[in-house]
Design a protein around this ligand. Structure first.
Ligand code: 0A1
Ligand code: ZN
Length: 883
């Protein structure tokens, strides 16, 4: 087998053929579905062609059995075309013609979940990025846009509901108990936005009146048992539609908008035109089965997919290198939406915490890539935190540099100019540039340079002259294939906090700037001198407020300064961040003690005092307080280390928590009671904040297995007010050292919820994240559980993903058993579902961050995987990891 080849951005060429219309007929049967495609073709006058003859028509197609080919009604003999494993090629076609192909496909055997497949007895599709080529022969690239008419034929009893994109235009009965529906989508779209669903489904129907007064039918289609879990998604959809009208001036453009929930899905959801298909985990929600975090995820994902109708569908991507054009922008849109719907500071804290752990780790690892990669082997491997989350941070910087009004003018211009076409990142940035008059030449480096920039900041206050000088130095570490980095445009929002805790007035180069400003760092090093400060001001800089750029910033703060900022910084994000920095310093002390064999070390008294202050003052914002009472995660601590010492990190965090709990026990008990539930559950952010505070308090109490804590946890579990509280209590009991607390609770939980796959996912995750050393046997045991299945991505994530990604001490066991388990699963998934295999392997690919012994063990497992016949997905990841 030849090795998979890389595709390069620089090789882009316009498509040789255009498709004026696409007519599809699906005759559905699980193991033999017949797909007839009629394409109206036209040689593309804009394409680069060498001679007068029309260029060959090269169509993608994989896992298809070709039955017939006709051109303008004439059946072709088999020597009139060329067909192989990946393509159908036709030469010497007239410059405009009609091509009909008939193929057979096997949806029931499709465990990769790309193209048309069967999930829980229903047919559904996933075509992004390159799944359509598993449905029919087609130019499977996003810059070929066409109008689609789709007829779906199926057995009526088994598949009463037949859906596709656009509007239903015809339906009827056929012989043999079959029926059909024809759908027409008037909007131009690339084939990755095609969708089809057929099954025995019920709908939650509602409607929305758009800003121009049109009524849109809203339908959420689910299996009958899930109809009581659709209200939250419907509310979120209506809120998203309204928000996009108000904030971006974007109105929905069809008469019907549908969402379908499916149980087997590789990602979160998919924005197919008019027919979004969702992983059931990202659409179904109800208080008894769903945690607050999952409610918020549903809201965010529904919004994300809806927003794609403009940022992705009306304006799509020219090629897959531009993926962040739609994804970075749409994540930015959904993050801002969620911030508007909930607590904005907490949303920002959560997003940044995720970016700083997971995305920064990706940027520092073997698969690091720019927001716009220059090459790839398998595009499915590039649905990454860098494309999505860092891409969103880049759009956020654009928005902040421009200000609200100019940014809106820029987005209006971008949509107007590119509507109905396939665009590039340059098209987006040039619209922003023209609308604002700002030059983005240097800024574009954010799209081409991989790696997380590092800023080191130094400050000096000269009391005599009243000058504070701040020097910022930037550099970006080398990443694979990119040794040299150039300086970026880095907006650093900042203020100077005076001795009394208030922001000082800033004067820079003679200009009065108020109490906060954005410094634009554009060179490797720059010094900014603030003048006119009082001699006694003694300023403490508050830097990178609101996380104004996706960078690592270091400043030699004293712990007293951090405690001070934690109390006084006027920026809520930076108050939290100061607390994280202080906690990190205290945790690093404990880790150093542990590494010297000292297990009696005490936590820095300044952190304890800061916590006491937090617990004893009246909370101004409960949601932020819950975040401030959370110690940095093990993953975040690991990110700060040169060589990750998983055991030291785990011990230090556990010890710090236990010492805080011992010293502040009564405050935590009081905090618990002050936030107990009153009234009925609602997924409002005020209630969520109370629950997270209460459960944070309980988690401290349980860290010392305090008797009162155990009693409260058991009572909370028994009261079963809602899944947030149930899951929190169950997790604490199961993660305690006392198996007699956790085991019976797990058993009862499974008995109660064995019928609900999404709840059982939680049951798996809770057990496999147990920190005790007995967990690995449990993981292997649970892989045999009847509710587990390797062909269901949610199950794989809940069990294997949670173990390898969140149970760091046990995954990194020194006998290598954790690594071996993951590698075994990866090898099986390589065959079943390559996309999931290439994602779940991630923790193994990060071996360079660990000690020599662990490195050797992890590499050995990667080598073992490499010995298999690998899918392109895994091939790319494993080769990069071992390079
Ligand atoms: N565009 C979707 C993400 C998505 C990508 C690929 C998929 O299958 C391989 C599925 C969904 C989104 O951003 O939500
Ligand atoms: Zn998206």
């Amino acid at each position: 087998m030849s090795q998979p080849a890389a595709i390069h951005l620089d090789d882009y060429q316009a498509p040789a053929w255009r498709i004026l219309s696409t007519r599809l007929t699906f005759d559905l049967a699980p193991s033999a579905t017949r797909v007839t495609a009629v394409l109206t073709l036209e040689a593309n006058p804009d394409a680069a062609v060498g001679s007068d003859a029309t260029p060959p028509l090269v169509l993608n197609g994989e896992h298809l059995t070709l039955e017939s080919v006709r051109v303008d009604g004439r059946a072709l003999a088999s020597d009139e075309y060329k067909v192989d494993e990946t393509h159908l090629t036709l030469a010497a076609l007239p410059a405009s013609c009609e091509l009909e192909t008939v193929v057979l496909i096997d949806p029931a055997a499709n465990t990769a979940l790309e193209g048309l497949y069967v999930s829980s007895g229903m047919f559904c599709t996933q075509c992004e990025a390159e799944g359509f080529r598993r449905i029919t022969y087609y130019p499977d690239r996003p810059d070929v846009m066409s109008v689609f008419t789709t007829t779906v034929i199926a057995d009526k009893a088994n598949y009463p509901i037949l859906l596709s994109n656009g509007n239903p235009v015809e339906r009827g009965e056929l012989d043999g108990g079959r029926h059909f529906v024809t759908w027409q989508d008037p909007h131009l779209k690339p084939c990755y936005l095609f969708a089809l669903v057929a099954g025995d489904l019920v709908k939650h129907a509602d409607s929305f009146t758009t800003m121009s007064g049109r009524d849109v039918a809203l339908e959420i289609w689910v299996e009958p048992e899930n109809l009581d879990k659709t209200q939250h998604a419907m509310n979120s959809l209506k809120a998203s539609m309204k928000w996009d009208e108000e904030v971006y001036g974007r109105e929905y453009d069809l008469d019907i908008f549908m969402i379908v929930a499916v149980n087997d899905f590789n990602m979160g959801a998919m924005e197919n035109k008019g027919l979004n298909i969702f992983n059931s985990a990202c659409v179904l929600a109800n208080p008894d089965t769903t945690t607050d975090a999952a409610f918020q995820r549903v809201e965010g994902v529904v919004a994300h997919e809806y927003f794609h109708n403009w940022s992705g569908n009306r304006v799509t991507c020219r090629d897959w290198f531009q993926l962040s054009l739609k994804e970075g922008f749409t994540v930015y849109r959904d993050q801002t939406f969620s911030a508007d719907m909930n607590s904005a500071p907490v949303k920002r804290i959560e997003d940044v915490a995720m970016l700083r752990t997971a995305q920064f780790a990706e940027d520092a690892g073997p698969t690091a890539h720019p927001v716009r990669p220059a090459s790839y082997i398998e595009i499915s491997n590039f649905y990454t935190l860098t494309i999505y989350e860092k891409g969103s941070e880049v759009v956020r910087m654009v928005a902040n540099l421009l200000g609200e009004e100019a940014f809106r003018r820029g987005s209006d211009l971008y949509f107007a100019r590119n509507d109905g076409s396939a665009a590039t990142i340059e098209d987006f940035i040039s619209a922003m540039s023209e609308a604002s008059g700002r030059d983005f030449t240097q800024f574009m480096r954010w799209y081409s340079q991989a790696g997380t920039p590092e800023i080191s900041a130094r400050g000096n206050f000269d009391a005599e002259s009243g000058r504070y000088s701040l020097t910022l130095h930037q550099s970006t570490p080398a990443t694979p294939g990119q040794a040299e980095k150039l300086p970026l445009v880095i907006p650093v929002r900042m203020g100077l906090v005076g001795a009394d805790g208030s922001d000082l007035a800033l004067t820079l180069d003679g200009e009065a700037l108020g109490t906060e400003t954005v410094l634009e760092l554009t060179e490797a090093e720059q010094t900014f001198v603030f003048t006119g400060l009082e001699a006694g001001a003694d300023p403490v800089p508050s830097l990178l407020r609101g996380f104004s750029a996706p960078v690592k910033l270091s400043f030699a703060y004293s712990r007293e300064q951090l405690a001070f900022l934690m109390q006084h910084d006027s920026d809520g994000f930076n108050r939290w961040d100061a607390g994280q920095r202080l906690a990190l310093a205290a945790l690093e002390d404990l880790m150093a003690a542990w590494q010297q064999g000292d297990t009696q070390a005490s936590l820095d008294a300044r952190l304890l005092a800061a916590y006491r202050f937090l617990l004893q003052s009246e909370p101004s914002d409960r949601a932020v307080l819950a975040e401030m009472l959370t110690l940095p995660s093990e993953a975040y601590i690991a990110e700060q280390q040169t060589v990750v010492d998983v055991d030291a990190i785990h011990w230090a965090r556990k010890t710090a928590k236990a010492q805080l709990a011992t010293a502040l026990r009564d405050d935590f008990v009081a905090l618990y009671h002050a936030n107990e539930q009153q009234g009925d559950y609602a997924p409002t952010f005020e209630q969520m904040a109370r629950r997270s505070l209460k459960n944070a308090a309980l988690s401290y109490l349980m860290s010392i297995e305090d008797e009162e804590g155990v009693r409260l946890a058991q009572a909370q579990l028994a009261a079963a007010h809602n899944m947030t509280d149930v899951r929190a209590a169950l997790t604490l009991l199961v993660h305690s050292s006392r198996t007699e607390l956790g085991d019976p609770a797990l058993k009862a939980f499974a008995e109660r919820w064995s019928h609900d796959p999404l709840v059982m996912d939680q049951w798996f995750s809770i057990q496999v994240t147990r920190p005790q050393a007995d967990v690995l046997d449990r993981v292997r045991f649970l892989m045999e559980h009847p509710a587990f299945s390797l062909t269901n991505p949610n199950k794989v994530r809940a069990l294997i993903g949670a173990f390898a990604g969140q149970n760091r001490v046990n995954f990194h066991r020194l006998d290598g058993e954790g690594y071996r388990l993951l590698a075994d699963v990866v090898i099986e998934l390589n065959r079943l579902n390559p996309e999931i295999a290439a994602r779940i392997i991630t923790p193994l690919t990060r071996y360079k961050r660990f000690d020599a012994k662990r490195q050797a063990l992890m590499k050995a497992e990667l080598e073992r995987i490499r010995g298999e016949k690998l899918s392109r997905n895994l091939y790319e990841v494993v080769e990069k990891a071992l390079a």
